[in-house]
Design a protein around this ligand. Structure first.
Ligand SMILES: Cc1ncc(C[n+]2csc(CCOP(=O)(O)OP(=O)(O)O)c2C)c(N)n1
Ligand SMILES: [Mg+2]
Length: 226
């Protein structure tokens, strides 16, 4: 296990131990760290990372600090977003990192950011992480089409844990995700390295990671008391 993964897991386990004191919805990333480990190694400060409700590992991958996220989740003014964003909707303009509680909520924004980078002739790229349920949103497919049409420097990454809360993927979708994405003309890569390499060449890419969530879908103090 890498030092980065150990750091993320230690943070998540500490949160788990203090869940009774937390009054915002928290989605831990335990079991999802692999992608973040790769992103931590590959992303530059200029690159952009867009994330989801399950975002702690992504925030750390972009250079986030434990103290700011901890204080944010605890609702403290010293938190990353003054204690107003909680766990789900954190953002850090300096780190070029944004997350949203809305499933698929930032896929359009991520794609628009890739267009802006292209118009600015920037060397930076965008990485857009979603869960398997994020691919059920229309904006996901519209964004793929737009990214291919305009040759945007963006890598879409799906962390497929096979679940949307308690609904299994096989009960929600008739066919696998990667095959349908390939039909849109994106380069489907086996690794995060491959997908980012492609995006750095100015071509939209896609990677689907199979992951296993090692904790509840969601936790918070008020849920634990029920
Ligand atoms: C547009 C929208 N619909 C429903 C929800 C409620 N919701 C929160 S998390 C979630 C499941 C998301 O599953 P997935 O994207 O696969 O991520 P995972 O939690 O499995 O990592 C849902 C349906 C939401 N936040 N936003
Ligand atoms: Mg899922």
């Amino acid at each position: 296990m890498s030092e980065f993964t150990e750091r993320v897991r230690a943070f998540e386990h500490r949160l788990q131990a203090h869940m009774g004191e937390i009054f915002c919805p928290v989605h831990l990333s335990l079991g999802h760290e692999g992608i973040a480990d790769d992103l931590h190694r590959l992303l530059t400060p200029q690159d952009w990372l867009f994330s989801t409700h399950r975002n702690h590992h992504h925030y750390f991958a972009k250079g986030g600090t434990e103290e700011k996220l901890w204080d944010e989740i605890m609702g403290a003014p010293s938190g990353l977003n003054g204690g107003f964003a909680g766990s789900q909707s954190i953002s850090d303009d300096v780190l070029h990192f944004h997350a949203s509680a809305i499933v698929g909520g930032l896929v359009g924004t991520a794609t628009g950011t890739a267009l802006a980078l292209q118009l600015d002739s920037s060397n930076a790229i965008v990485v857009c992480c979603v869960g398997d349920a994020g691919t059920k949103q229309g904006v996901f497919w519209e964004s793929l089409n737009f990214a291919v049409l305009h040759c945007l420097p963006i890598a879409y990454i799906v962390e497929n844990n096979g679940m949307s809360v308690d609904a299994r993927l096989g009960e929600r979708q008739f066919a696998g995700i990667s095959g349908r994405v390939a039909a849109f003309g994106l380069s489907v890569r086996d690794t995060v390295d491959g997908a980012l390499e492609c995006a750095r060449m100015g071509l939209p890419a896609f990677h689907e990671a199979q992951v296993t969530l090692e904790c509840n879908h969601i936790d918070m103090a008020s849920m634990l008391k029920k």
